[in-house]
Design a protein around this ligand. Structure first.
Ligand code: FES
Length: 83
């Protein structure tokens, strides 16, 4: 994400395409933080969208092109470049 305090991810598991669920608190990767849990085959992603070791998902959650137009509005699919 372009703002580290706000995560912007594609909410599709990189294993087989299920939808990981937000988990506020859990023991992810030996931390006490939550993250995103895929209910289909158990992949776990931390709040930065990184998949933990040993889970079936091969990659982290992708960060889509995006830009913040204000503190409360984000545009997905547009990075605001000159292209
Ligand atoms: Fe997410 Fe398999 S689809 S772990």
């Amino acid at each position: 994400s372009t703002r580290p305090e706000i995560g912007v991810f594609v909410g599709i598991c990189t294993h087989l395409g299920c939808s990981p669920k937000y988990v506020e608190t859990a023991n992810f990767e030996s931390t006490q933080q939550g993250g995103f849990f895929c209910p289909c085959h158990g992949s776990k992603f931390d709040f930065a969208g990184r998949v933990g070791r040993g889970y079936p998902a091969p990659d982290n959650l992708p960060v889509p092109p995006h830009r913040f137009v204000s503190d409360t509005v984000v545009v997905i699919g547009d990075e605001g470049g000159t292209a």
